[in-house]
Design a protein around this ligand. Structure first.
Ligand SMILES: [Fe+2]
Length: 176
């Protein structure tokens, strides 16, 4: 009696689906100290981000945020959901009683307005943020003052990559 052929290890044999974007892989995302320093895009004094994905078609970005100062970072409102995984340090929002500790995950719902503080004693905070929509920076009453979204991130990254010799087009690695 013949046994059915096991096809579990046979790769997909058909044609690629039309218009599927290229996949994207970054090494050493969690091995933070091995990161090429040129990949850290300055965003302000003692604040940098390392882009992982810029989704221009769906309006979100995934990045590592690195902060090497204590105190208030920003007050902002979210236009879309945010997923945060803390890799180093700790931080919190003045409006909430929870703390984002190293190794923890937090979901920030769209519409939440909060003020990010890195407490004294934290030399470095690094968090993996997946941000859909925009940060709307605002005053204490919620009045908008500035925005940040995938397109403003791309602008910063292009200028930085050009400055450090990678070339502005290096940003295309991250765009899907
Ligand atoms: Fe936030």
């Amino acid at each position: 009696m013949s046994r059915p052929t096991d096809i579990s290890a046979v790769p997909y044999q058909g044609p690629p689906l039309f218009a599927v974007p290229d996949d994207l892989v970054h090494l050493d995302v969690l091995n933070i100290d091995k990161t090429d320093e040129r990949l850290w895009v300055p965003q302000g004094k003692d604040v940098w981000f390392r882009p992982l994905l810029f989704s221009t078609s769906q309006g979100y970005f995934v990045n590592l945020l690195r902060v090497r100062k204590c105190g208030i970072l920003s007050r902002h409102r979210h236009a879309g959901p945010v997923h945060a995984t803390v890799l180093r340090g700790r931080w919190h929002y003045l409006e909430h009683d929870w703390w984002a500790e190293e190794g923890s995950y937090a979901f920030e719902p769209p519409g939440d307005i909060h003020t990010l503080e890195v407490p004294d004693g934290v030399e470095e905070m690094i968090t993996l943020f997946h941000v859909t929509g925009a940060y709307i920076y605002c005053d204490p009453m919620g009045k908008p003052e500035a925005i940040e979204d995938v397109f403003s991130k791309i602008d910063l990254a292009r200028a930085h990559f050009e400055k450090v010799g990678l070339g502005a087009d290096f940003v295309k690695h991250f765009i899907r």
